[in-house]
Design a protein around this ligand. Structure first.
Ligand SMILES: NC(=O)c1ccc[n+]([C@@H]2O[C@H](COP(=O)([O-])OP(=O)(O)OC[C@H]3O[C@@H](n4cnc5c(N)ncnc54)[C@H](O)[C@@H]3O)[C@@H](O)[C@H]2O)c1
Length: 438
């Protein structure tokens, strides 16, 4: 038996046993000859190990932090046959003509409502969300529990995680992506600009990279924002108006998203529809938005800051109720044409659209407070302040005729009725003593 035949299976041991063999049995030329042989065999052995690692399948449970290029991502556990089963079950449509939709940001305010509406009408829905702590994550967990009860599974992960997105498309051939994951909020951009670049730019590009390369490519509907109108003064805002004067980094990243969408449509044939939402409000809403924290502060007897523009100018918003936004999103998904690319290549022109989804009736913020006072039966302590120049614009007002024509979009909820539903939810959600209002 040659010494090779008895080589042990770990490289460290090979080295040790070989040395004892050389020093006891050999000398001079024989020693050199054996050393050369050992080197050759060591290289062969290392090459074998390398081939083994390159060819071995991905482990069933993968953590994104294992990939050094993804160090900025948190550690999420995903994968395995039980996980894949849940993914498949959640994404299964009730009927053969139902959509199969990947909803990013599904634990978010809009994402939860859209996912639940899709599931209710029989479409297959799978969510993905990174549950970040931009606002109270327990609210995201509560939304997750709500969706869980309707049969929607939310995969915990980041849209920047390419391996995870590829895996999801490998398990489910999604027909549509409803992309709502983003770093939202206008003022927070001055505190944490990197989070906007991470989610709204890098994350979007990563998602599009995966979508362009899968077969079949899905159609993508995604959330832009009314904030792209920036410093525009011409109202109502029309999709044809200029959008090159953003007033915040948030707005700039949404505008960049629209340009990025154009590129992927142009080069790869991805069908892309951008929706410019106008100040969405309603039950399960976002705690960082004025209607939400005004409610909290009014109930606590705390002073609230109400902004006014120069020369006592009114600050107003085109507040849009969540159910109307959901109808707009479903209308966009239903009218989205198929992407035209395959194998990462465009095969023909593909659909590229941008729609305003607003309510077309701006309401002054002071009026919003008056409605809340009436609903809460508490007088607000108003502190009128000058609108700071940190991202907020004075006025938003949507022209929705294009969405009306193409999506059948028709908002039906006025601010008074919508806030009534929000306040009812708020009091119920925070009254049972279990959830603390921060
Ligand atoms: N609510 C509004 O008034 C409004 C207005 C205009 C545009 N929008 C846009 O609509 C979309 C939904 O907004 P929302 O109000 O539901 O906000 P939201 O913050 O409640 O929801 C966004 C969700 O995305 C998740 N997320 C963020 N970055 C992620 C990442 N990198 N990977 C995975 N998940 C990530 C968050 O955890 C969150 O749950 C966003 O794109 C937002 O910019 C909202």
């Amino acid at each position: 038996m040659s010494h090779i035949d008895s080589a042990p299976s770990t490289p460290g041991k090979v080295k040790m046993e070989k040395s004892s063999y050389f020093f006891t049995r050999g000398g001079g030329a024989r020693w050199h000859y054996s050393l050369a042989k050992l080197t050759v065999w060591s290289f062969a052995f290392l090459a074998l190990i390398l081939i083994f690692f390159l060819r071995s399948p991905a482990p069933s449970t993968i953590t994104s932090a294992a990939d050094p290029s993804r160090r900025s991502l948190r550690n999420y556990n995903w994968g395995g046959s039980a996980w894949e089963k849940r993914v498949r079950a959640s994404a299964r449509a009730r009927s053969s003509n139902g959509l199969t939709v990947l909803v990013t940001g599904a634990a978010g305010f809009v994402g939860t409502h859209v996912s639940s509406a899709l599931k209710r009408r029989g479409d297959g829905v799978l969510g993905i969300d990174n549950f970040n702590d931009y606002y109270d994550p327990s609210l995201k967990r509560a939304r997750q529990a709500l969706l869980e009860r309707t049969g929607v599974f939310i995969v915990e992960g980041d849209i920047n995680d390419e391996a995870l997105l590829r895996k999801l498309f490998e398990v489910v051939p999604f027909t549509h992506v409803m992309h709502l994951a983003a770093q939202a909020g206008v003022r927070y951009a001055m505190e944490n600009p990197g989070s906007y670049v991470h989610s709204n730019i890098a994350g979007f590009v990563n998602l599009l990279e995966v979508c362009k390369s899968v077969n079949p490519q899905p159609a993508i509907v995604w959330a832009s924002s009314s904030s792209v109108y920036g410093l525009n003064t011409k109202v109502p805002f029309s999709e044809k108006d200029r959008t090159d004067q953003p007033a915040s980094l948030y707005a700039a990243t949404k505008k960049a998203g629209e340009e990025i969408a154009h590129t992927y449509n142009h080069i790869y044939g991805l069908s892309l529809t951008g929706l410019r939402f106008f100040t969405v409000y309603g039950p399960w809403g976002r705690p960082d938005m004025a209607y939400f924290f005004f409610t909290k502060d009014i109930l606590k007897g705390k002073q609230i800051a109400i902004f006014e523009a120069a020369n006592h100018g009114t600050v107003a918003r085109d507040f849009t109720y969540i159910d109307d936004i959901v109808k707009g999103c479903l209308g966009a998904l239903d009218t989205a044409e198929k992407s035209t690319g395959s194998g990462g290549k465009k095969r023909g022109p593909a659909q590229l659209r941008v729609f305003n989804l607003g309510n077309t009736s701006p309401v002054p913020v002071s009026e919003l407070v008056s409605i809340l006072e009436r609903l809460l039966k508490v007088k607000a302590k108003r502190n009128i302040m000058k609108l700071p120049r940190n991202g907020d614009v004075q006025y938003t007002h949507a022209n929705i005729s294009y969405a009306q024509r193409e999506l059948g979009y028709k908002p039906t909820t006025d601010l008074q009725s919508g806030l009534k539903k929000f306040v009812r939810w708020y009091l119920n959600y925070y009254s049972d003593g279990k959830k603390a209002v921060e």
